[in-house]
Structure formats: C-alpha cells, structure tokens
Design a protein around this ligand. Sequence first.
Ligand SMILES: [Zn+2]
Length: 397
Amino acid sequence: MHVTLFRQVRPFGGPVTDLVAVDGVLAAELPPGAHPSSVLEGGGRIALPTLVDAHIHPDKTSWGEPWYSRRPAHGLPEYVVGDVELYEHQRAPIGERAHRLLAHAVTRGTRAVRAHVDVAPAYGLAGATGLREAAERLAGKLDVQSVAFPQHGVVRTPGVAELLTEAARAHLVDAVGGIDPAGFDGGSADGREQFDLLFGLAERYGVLLDVHLHDRGAAGLGPLRELAARTVAAGLQGRVTASHVFCLPELPTAELARTADLLADAGIALTTVAPSAHQVLPFRELQARGLRIGLGSDGVRDSWSPYGNADMLHRAHLLGWTTDARTDQELTDCLELAAHGGAELLGLPRADLTPGSPADFLLVDGECTPQVVVDLPPRELVVKAGRVVAEHGSLVS
Ligand SMILES: [Zn+2]
C-alpha cells in the first residue's frame, strides 16, 4: 500500500485539513495501522484539482526553439502552408518538442491532454509516432489521448485518407479527427465525403472522432447536424467530439437551444479554447442542456500564433476574460470547466478532492479559488495519483 500524507492544505481555499492518498486515490483518513511512505507539508496552501487540456496541438509547437518570425497569413490554406514551413525549419524532432511542451504543461498543473497531431503526406505519421514517444516519456505524469488530425483536408489532399486509415488500423492513435468538411475541405454541404471515411474508421477500428469545425453559418451547421445524425445512426453516442464550432455562438437563443438538444441527444461533446468573446462557446447554456464541454489550449507558439503557453489555469483565466466573468461563481465555473469539463470529455474520473476521487491536485499560494483564477500564482506542487510529479515549476524525475 502506497500512502502519502499532505498536511495542512486548504481544498478550494476552504478550511485547513490533511489529504491522504492511498494507492493513488484520496481517502477520508489514514487507514488504521498504515504508515505514510511520505509526509508533505502543505503550509496552508490552496489545493485545487489538476486540469485537463481537451484540445492541444503539440506537434506544431516551436516551444523551446529559437524565436520564429511569422509572415502575414489569411485563411486556412495559407496557415496550412505556414505549418509545413515551420515544420521544415524546426531543429528538434516532433517527439522532442511535444515532450518539452507537455512536460511544461504538467509543471503548470495539467493531468491529461487530448492532443491533435497533423497527419498528411507532408509529415506522414511522424506526428503520431512523435506524440507517442513523448507520452511514453511522461507515463505516470500525464494521460495523453491522441487524435490523427487531417489539417490538410481529406478531400483536398490526396494521400490523407490512406494515412488516417493506417493510423487507426495500427492503433497508433485513440481518435481520428476531421476538418471543415463543407468549407475548407471542399466537400458537399453536409460533409458526407469526409464523414464517410471518419465513421467507417470509427466503426471498423473503434477509434473516437474529434472534428474541427471553424466554418460559420450553413457551412458549419450542415456538417454539425450531419455529424449528430451519423453518430446516432452508428450508435457512437459518447464517442464523438466537435471542436471550436464557431457556428454555435452566433445562433439566436432558440436555435442555439434546438441545436444543443440535437447534439446532446447524439451524445456529442464540444471543446472550446476561449479565443474571443464572439467565438467562445456559451458553455453554461450548453452544459445546462446536457452537453459535455472541454477547454483547451489549441496551438501553442506555432506558425498560426506566437501566443499560448499550455497552462490551463491561464486558459481558465482567459475564459473568464473573454466571457466577462466577474462574480466568484463565474470565475469558479471557468476553473471547473478546465478541470471537470475536460475530465468528463476524456472519460477520466472526476478529481474534486473528495474521498474516493483520484489524488490529482495542485498547490498554490492564495486566498480563494476565484482569486487564483485571476492572479495565476505559481504552481508550487503538482500531484498525480498521490505522487508528486512537479515541484516549484520543474518536473520531478
Ligand atoms: Zn485545433
């Protein structure tokens, strides 16, 4: 039995207490006769659940590489060209860069990620194999779910369908992605060409699906409705996610509610990265209608953007900023989306610091949860399954 005692911590900024981890799970008290393998002093710090990055692109990152100067780009095709240029310019291989970024995420209190890696003839399956290398090096510190993402399109780029099929067939990834079937990829208004492939792979190889939908208006809503219909027809409820979904926030209230019900009935989950006030998903309204929603970083210091830091507490702060969160409850909601929203989406047990939940938490100096979301204090300690995985911003080896 592996027992760790964390003394004098304040769960969610509440009263000081001790946390006991027994074999990776929190217990109400020290088991009779048990001697803790280690005792750590919390010093009255706040304990919060560790966070889940439900949407990140670690293969694209230049994290830890020399500064990269970006040229102006307009529209998806130009961004995609920029991805390939940066890829060819990078010194460290994907596995190394992905490990750097994801290790950094662990030190900032991330317990799990859903990572999209580009799959296209320009890279072959290097994204998927590189991510797997990084995930193996971080075993026990970070749970990694992988998505083979057709950033270059399925219809518009020959060879992508074969590579996605190979990634799914070889179980190199947990999920297969998609991208704007009716807009960027140039398929039919309902996206059927791309969805034929994706649902075929999901049914044949048991992979999850996670489709990027940037298209707004009918080009977004058509494929979104088709995604829901096909998910139900294939009996894949709970196994399909739509990411970004910029066509939702612009809908009038009644139509948003109708569309949310359609997605909830199909068991489709959504992710948002809080990019701006008009593109962020109205997560409270969607959750109230039964949808699972995760929060993510998206690209981090890649060709698309010099911004991002894979710090999910910072992302919760940005979610509060873009949604104009003011009250304690609104600020706490942002943290909970980063913690519980993502955990539910990835199928992980909820880490809420109660007995029976995973001993996954971080310690910070602070007054209370909403103040932590605003002030972003350093993560002093990060604990996964009862073991310290990062301390004072560095990974524990
Ligand atoms: Zn993305």
